[in-house]
Design a protein around this ligand. Structure first.
Ligand SMILES: Cc1cc2nc3c(=O)[nH]c(=O)nc-3n(C[C@H](O)[C@H](O)[C@H](O)COP(=O)(O)O)c2cc1C
Length: 181
């Protein structure tokens, strides 16, 4: 089985990357033997132009950048893990650009183009240690944009504050989500 991972953080000691490590550990145990990784800060990523080309054919986005390869991979993926640090209460700009490009996953009649449901785990990381209602609303809005394009919600991890200790509850939750993919 194949999983796609989209990394949003630029940091080495990233809490979202640490959570993803646990998700992948669980997923590998569950039979995922292929992981395709994209670093949103390194790939060639352009914004949706609203050109309408994706509404005229069964194909995906016509923009010639690294998402061409991503959409190819998505058609045969079983799961996707998306992640973003919180900048100014919301997901980072490049992740919103990435999300917007999923507009091409529905045709003009609003039918979903993906042949199978891809399971989606969303990982968010913030500096604030507490649960902040406005952040949660923003995170859920972001996740739901992907669900609206035909993916299946397989869970959310929010990393709050400093890097947790090894074996912390949030890491166990991340591992379990991966195992249940
Ligand atoms: C420009 C900028 C804006 C940020 N805004 C917020 C914020 O509004 N709320 C918050 O809790 N943390 C905020 N942070 C902190 C990051 O979300 C935090 O460092 C997080 O752990 C980064 O994710 P990572 O550990 O996966 O790299 C901000 C950080 C930066 C650089």
């Amino acid at each position: 089985m194949k999983a796609i991972v989209v990394y949003g953080s630029k940091r080495n000691n990233s809490t979202s990357k640490a959570a993803i490590e646990q998700i992948l550990k669980g997923a590998k145990e569950a039979g995922y033997d292929e992981v395709v990784e994209y670093d949103i800060n390194k790939i060639d990523l352009k914004g949706c132009r609203n050109c309408g080309a994706c509404k005229k054919t069964d194909g995906f986005c016509v923009i010639n950048d690294d998402l061409k390869d991503y959409f190819d991979e998505l058609t045969s993926a079983d799961a996707i893990i998306i992640s973003s640090p919180n900048y100014m209460s919301n997901v980072i700009g490049p992740m919103i650009t990435f999300m917007n490009r999923h507009y091409c996953l529905r045709d003009a009649e609003r039918n979903i183009k993906l042949q199978k449901k891809v399971k989606l785990i969303s990982v968010y990381s913030q500096g604030a240690p507490a649960e902040m209602p406005n952040y949660e609303a923003n995170y859920d809005w972001f996740t739901n944009c992907f669900i609206g394009m035909g993916m299946e919600n397989a869970g959310k991890i929010v990393m709050r504050g400093q890097m947790p200790e090894e074996g912390a509850e949030i890491f166990v939750k991340a591992y379990e989500l991966g195992k249940n993919l």
